[in-house]
Ligand binder design. Structure first.
Ligand code: SF4
Length: 264
């Protein structure tokens, strides 16, 4: 078959993760451009990210929990769109739950670090680079300059804690962000570490960035980009159903309609 839409001109770490999980999911999301309905978890994630983004737009001494709370109405306006409310069937009870959980996350977050002491070089940093021939784009939550002069990538996670047996998977996206920082003219430096903030649990998982891992991630992205182009030319991205891949996939029904054996 020939696709109606052009192949995306760039690859983001999350789209790469789609492809590596199941090429058909990448096809539906990035080539067919079939919208993925919001879920409560994705809305909550964007809601909290917006508040923390606004907090870090302030001068460091103004970053108090009261100011963070003051950004909740703006987050409601920006994130709780009619479309998202409809996707997740948001009623008053669900909205109250979201506000309750946001308050708990803010309390946890301020117990994890004091944002008035953070030297952030930027938040929601848009990176656009070409590495090993792969045109990559992505938005970094936060990039901090430490007292010793090194850089730290900070990524907020509003979901559950990861299984530490799969750290390589947990850091896959942020390793690529590290590669993009090094390639980017704006940053032009390899961050020394990645810090994942599991803000609902008050836990931080950190790891040192190494050139070897960053190189391996970039090479894997180049291999994937090559395959993406081949599958696009061939007119089909194979489906690789599995319990873990399909569990949270928005395209389950579509695949079932196409006689793909989606595990229950
Ligand atoms: S439901 Fe499973 S097989 Fe179908 S696109 Fe999603 S991950 Fe792939």
């Amino acid at each position: 078959m020939t696709f109606t839409n052009a192949l995306p001109a760039t690859l983001s770490p999350s789209r790469l993760a789609d492809f590596q999980t199941c090429p058909r999911r990448f096809q539906h999301a990035s080539v067919d451009r079939i919208p993925q309905p919001a879920t409560y978890a994705t809305v909550k994630g964007r809601f909290v990210h917006k508040i923390l983004e606004d907090l870090f737009a302030l001068d460091s001494e103004s970053r108090t929990i009261e100011r963070a709370r003051s950004f909740i109405p703006a987050a409601s306006l920006a994130i709780l769109t009619e479309q998202d409310r409809s996707d997740i069937k948001m009623d008053d009870e669900m909205e109250e739950k979201l506000l309750r959980e946001t308050e708990a996350i803010l309390t946890q977050y301020f117990a994890m670090e004091d944002p008035t002491r953070i030297n952030s070089t930027g938040v929601e940093i848009r990176l656009k680079v070409t590495a090993e021939g792969v045109p990559m784009v992505g938005i970094l939550d936060r990039l901090d300059r430490e007292a010793d002069g090194s850089l730290t990538i900070v990524d907020y996670k509003t979901g559950g804690l990861p299984n530490r047996n799969y750290d390589s998977q947990t850091f896959a996206n942020t390793d690529l962000y590290a590669a993009m920082c090094e390639e980017s003219d704006d940053v032009n430096e390899l961050p020394a570490r990645i810090r994942l903030y599991y803000v609902a649990f008050g836990e931080v998982i950190e790891r040192t960035v190494t050139s070897q891992v960053v190189k391996a991630r970039t090479t894997a992205a180049a291999v994937a980009w090559n395959k993406i182009n081949k599958f696009y030319e061939a007119g089909e991205f194979p489906a690789t159903p599995s319990k873990s891949a399909c569990r949270f996939c928005a395209y389950q029904q579509l695949c079932k309609n196409n006689n793909i054996a989606v595990p229950e």
